[in-house]
Ligand binder design. Structure first.
Ligand code: GLA
Length: 388
């Protein structure tokens, strides 16, 4: 069984600073760190004006950055030999491509604030392609670095928006904004209730240990499949449903009314997921407000997974195998988390059963010829910040 080590913040920062020195020479002006996340419940509804309940992970991305006197940007990462050097003015949709789009895109989105050139070195402990929001961790750490280094005097909402635009417009991933919000607004020991209709937030205390539970994260190590096309198709389906129903948002619409106003079975199923998932988030928040984080919360998580699997069709054999194995071995509930089509699942587990559950998830994957998963325990961590 493989467990993912938490990398201490000073080791993360040292890794980024060491790469900076070897790639560019001299010292960075500073190091900024932003976390990855899991979403407890509220999946594929951020772009539908829904409610989501993510929390930040103690797995994070560090960027070591130094201002330049010109308008050149250079970006390197400990994850890849692929580096990028370019002029700020050449950044645009599709340029650069690959991982550098997420950093260059942030500089592009903040250009009206008179950003200059920078050198940036990246070091991260957030697994890539695992649905744990490595891209938002990268965008948000870098957005905060630019804000500090160029004295932008803007609040975090501006940096959140810039990070979302980087991902949507430069990297070309039409994601919904949950990940950037949690990276910038997380509080240790809390999940963030984010209302994606009006942007309001509420910090919800979560003390899993006090209720004898653990949140096991299962990175299935399955490559994302067709993510971009399928993700965009789900968003487009909801737009079609809204225009057929003559509403601006599905939020607040009774399920029966939505179902009776639509003809196409697939659209009905997509809408059923969105409306029922919003309700599940409301119920989960009620439970957490009442101090409950056991069987009832687990039931909501499992119902969320079934809805994502059957109605929204964004699960995968690896995710289903992990969820089923967790439920068979005593988890209170389990579900995929993040965009789906591979990536990670989460299971709410009585703490004394964590090893048993992880063992069965691994054996079950092996029996089905699926990749062996990697495990981590999620404890709600804090938001993006300057390390030095
Ligand atoms: C990805 C996106 C988010 C959200 C989730 C699904 O993580 O980045 O905006 O849509 O998928 O809930």
């Amino acid at each position: 069984m493989t467990w993912l080590d938490v990398v201490a913040e000073d080791d993360l920062a040292d890794g980024a600073a060491a790469l900076f020195r070897s790639a560019f020479g001299g010292e960075p002006d500073g190091v900024w760190i932003a976390p990855g996340r899991v979403n407890l419940i509220g999946e594929h509804i951020d772009y539908a004006g829904g409610l989501v309940l993510p929390f930040a992970l103690p797995y994070a991305t560090a960027v070591a950055v130094r201002r330049r006197e010109d308008t050149v940007m250079r970006a390197v990462s400990t994850r890849t030999d692929e580096s990028w050097t370019g002029q700020l003015e050449e950044i645009g949709p599709g340029t650069p491509s690959g991982w550098a789009a997420y950093v260059a895109g942030v500089a592009w989105a903040l250009q009206e604030h008179r950003i200059g050139g920078v050198d940036v070195a990246v070091h991260s402990s957030v697994p890539v392609g695992s649905g744990l929001s490595s891209s938002a961790a990268l965008e948000c750490s870098f957005a905060l670095a630019l804000s500090d280094l160029f004295g932008l005097a803007v609040d975090r909402n501006v940096l959140i928006d810039a990070s979302i635009r980087a991902e949507n417009e430069i990297a070309g991933a039409s994601t919904g904004g949950m990940d950037q919000n949690i990276a910038m607004s997380a509080r240790a020991g809390h999940a963030l209730l984010l209302d994606c209709l009006d942007g309001s937030t509420r910090q919800i205390p979560i003390d899993l240990a006090a209720s004898g539970t653990s949140l096991l994260v299962i990175d299935t190590n399955a490559p994302h499949r067709l993510v971009d096309g399928q993700y965009g198709a789900r968003r487009a389906a909801l737009d079609t449903a809204c225009s057929e129903l003559g509403v601006a948002t599905l939020r607040g619409l009774p399920l029966e009314e939505a179902v009776s106003g639509l003809v196409d079975d697939t659209l009905i199923a997509r809408v059923r997921h969105v409306i029922s998932e919003i309700r599940r988030v409301e119920l989960a928040v009620d439970l957490l407000d009442g101090g409950a984080a056991g069987a009832e919360l687990g039931e909501l998580m499992t119902a969320s997974h079934h809805s994502l699997r059957d109605d929204y069709e964004v699960s995968s054999p690896e995710l289903d195998s992990a969820v089923d194995a967790a439920l068979r071995t005593g988890a209170y509930g389990a579900r995929m988390t993040g965009g789906g089509f591979g990536g990670s699942a989460i299971a709410l587990v009585p703490s004394d059963l964590v090893r048993t559950v992880a063992d069965e998830i691994t054996s079950s994957a092996t029996r089905s010829g699926l990749p062996a998963p990697t495990f981590l325990i999620a404890e709600p961590a804090g938001s993006a910040h300057r390390f030095f």
